[in-house]
Design a protein. Sequence first.
Length: 77
Amino acid sequence: MKANLTLKLDKELIRAARILAAERGTSISALLSGRLEEMLKERKAYEQAKRRALKRLHEGWNLHWRPPQSRDELYTR
């Protein structure tokens, strides 16, 4: 389902957008719609990556470390 949206833009910006759209063989509406979709996909991907990274930080890494049995064991090579 599509809906209309009204924007107030500077005349020079509209002129440049018309030229860009014409060069790409599309409309200003399609240009803006495509770019907005890209931005939202990037944001979603960023949020997912952030959630995964924070989950990894919270869970931590298993380094298979065990504390030394004694002070002497700590300094033996």
